[in-house]
Ligand binder design. Structure first.
Ligand code: HEC
Length: 154
């Protein structure tokens, strides 16, 4: 075999190798890895701790005790045709879809997505943005408390 033929053969083998490996792209099954065995105590950054802290902080300003059933009702309540369920759907254990951008949104329910409601800053940031989008104003502490109390049980 000539040197040229060997080089050509090598080039073919190498390019086949490269395209072969790009075909096996990692599939996004990160949700499959979530364990469904809950620890007996809440870890440092759990939804228990983050939500408990916020509820405690808001309680003094709220007009009545927080209510999970009020939170559930608020979830699908429409304001000028908009609701929280528009992007997150009314099944919070399912994937959502951004109403405007079409981007997929991971489930909000901590039972299937343990990263949810674990970071106070993230919760506050998104409640502010999403309440403004949905209701054209920020949510009251009552509304936020009711929703988080309900959402963390989902
Ligand atoms: C226009 C689409 C849209 C609407 C409507 C919407 N959200 Fe969201 N929400 C998002 C996006 C985008 C994120 C951030 C992306 C992500 O975390 O996956 C988010 C994140 C959140 C989070 C953060 C959870 C966490 O800890 O990770 C909470 C809580 C939340 N939304 C609550 C609400 C509530 C309550 C309403 C109704 C008042 C609402 N959302 C309406 C798009 C929306």
């Amino acid at each position: 075999m000539s040197r040229l033929a060997i080089m050509a053969l090598l080039a073919t083998v190498m390019s086949a190798g490269v395209s072969g490996s790009t075909l096996t792209g990692a599939s996004d099954n990160s949700l499959d890895n979530f364990s469904d065995t809950a620890p007996d105590h809440a870890p440092e950054n759990s939804s228990e701790n983050a939500v408990d802290g916020l509820l405690k902080q808001w309680r003094a300003e709220a007009q009545r005790p927080f209510s999970a059933s009020a939170g559930a009702a608020a979830w699908t309540r429409q304001f000028q045709g908009r609701s929280c369920a528009d992007c997150h759907t009314d099944v919070v254990s399912a994937w959502g879809r951004h109403e405007k951008t079409g981007k997929r949104i991971e489930p909000l329910a901590p039972s299937v997505n343990p990263e949810r409601l674990t970071e106070v800053a993230k919760i506050n940031k998104w409640l502010r943005r999403n309440c403004k989008w949905t209701y054209s104003r920020e949510c009251t502490v009552q509304e936020k408390g009711d929703i988080l109390l309900w959402l963390r049980e989902q």
